[in-house]
Design a protein around this ligand. Structure first.
Ligand code: ADP
Length: 323
């Protein structure tokens, strides 16, 4: 056997990713699969094994990969129904449009709605070696949802340890090249939030609220939870801010205007922007067609740009917190 022939055959399928060692009839190949997703990695491993194999040879292929530096953004709200899931889905897509490699975790045990919002309702993730493989969505943002771990239509009635176990499965899944995980948390300040903070340490939290005072009081509680645990607040997003008339497009403010921005300012946390109460957003969300997927979107993109600046250590960074 010609050693160079083996090396050439392997290089033809793996290029510089493979290092070949030949010891008699034993061939060892180390393949660097950094940056490849699970499917591409398996395909590369199979191709290398085939290229190196011949009768009488013993081939061992070891696949390695550098773990990408991945950071988690927790999306939280003080109470339900403020549009936290809608904002999470659209933020994830808008972030991916500006170059982040984003995965979306739907940890909302009370109403896991991301499969519907991202047009993949009814899908189930597969697992490889007990590690979940996120479901691909039409928007380039892979997804795992608490809703995918239970039978369709069944309420999730888990106690603390089960919730923690399920969250762990979603967070420690095969996220491949994702550098950013957006996590849609349940509303309030319960078990999932605590596990998230303690075990999966988010880089920062985004708080979604509506303009009403009551929601702001609730939002303040959510801010407190993260701040007390030393998780920086990336900023506050005011959802359902102003009503966009579907007929004339005029925006009015049935709940007043500027409350969330003022509350954020008073708390010393950044204000990331407003999303209007717009029937088009509700319709598109229900239809699994998130508005941020539209290249013309000017609502979620500026918010995502601020989050990216924050992640990259830009101007919006709240004072000196390590991340
Ligand atoms: P949460 O996750 O906070 O419980 P959802 O994201 O599920 O809230 O939103 C609750 C409802 O409000 C959904 O029907 C959603 O389509 C709708 N909704 C959310 N944000 C907006 C918005 N900006 N304009 C119109 N409808 C919205």
């Amino acid at each position: 056997m010609d050693e160079q022939d083996v090396k050439n055959a392997v290089a033809a399928v793996a290029g510089a990713r493979a290092t070949v060692k030949v010891d008699g009839a034993r061939i060892g190949v180390v393949v660097d699969a950094t940056g490849l997703d699970a499917k591409a990695r398996d395909a590369l491993e199979a191709a290398v094994t085939m290229a190196a194999s011949a009768p009488g040879r013993e081939v061992r292929v070891v696949v390695t990969a550098e773990r990408p530096r991945r950071r988690t953004i927790a999306v939280a709200s003080g109470k339900g129904g403020v549009g936290k899931s809608t904002v999470s889905a659209n933020l994830a897509i808008a972030l991916s449009h500006i170059g982040r490699r984003v995965g979306l975790v739907d940890a909302d045990i009370y109403g896991p709605s991301q499969p519907r919002l991202l047009g993949v309702e009814g899908t189930r993730p597969e697992a490889k070696d007990k590690v979940l493989l996120p479901v691909q969505t039409p928007f380039g943002v892979p997804l795992l949802s608490m809703g995918q771990l239970v039978a369709p239509g069944k309420a999730i009635a888990w106690r603390g340890p089960m919730t923690a176990g399920a969250l762990g499965q979603l967070m420690d899944a095969e996220w491949g090249v994702a550098d950013t995980l957006v996590v849609d948390l349940p509303p309030g300040t319960g078990d999932v939030q605590l596990t998230m903070i303690q075990k999966h340490r988010p880089a920062g939290a985004v708080i979604v609220c509506t303009p009403q005072d009551l929601a702001l009081i609730d939002a303040t509680r959510a801010i407190d939870l993260f701040e007390q645990a030393g998780v920086p607040i990336i900023g506050v997003i005011e959802n359902m801010a102003g009503y966009a008339c579907p007929h004339c497009g005029e925006v009015s403010d049935p709940f007043g205007c500027g409350g969330a921005e003022a509350a954020a300012k008073a708390r010393g946390v950044p204000f990331l922007g407003r999303v209007p109460l717009d029937i088009a957003i509700r319709r598109a969300s229900d239809a699994g067609d998130p508005p941020a997927a539209d290249p013309a979107d000017r609502t979620f993109r500026p918010i995502a740009e601020q989050v990216v600046r924050w992640l990259e250590g830009g101007a919006e960074t709240p004072g000196g917190v390590e991340r």
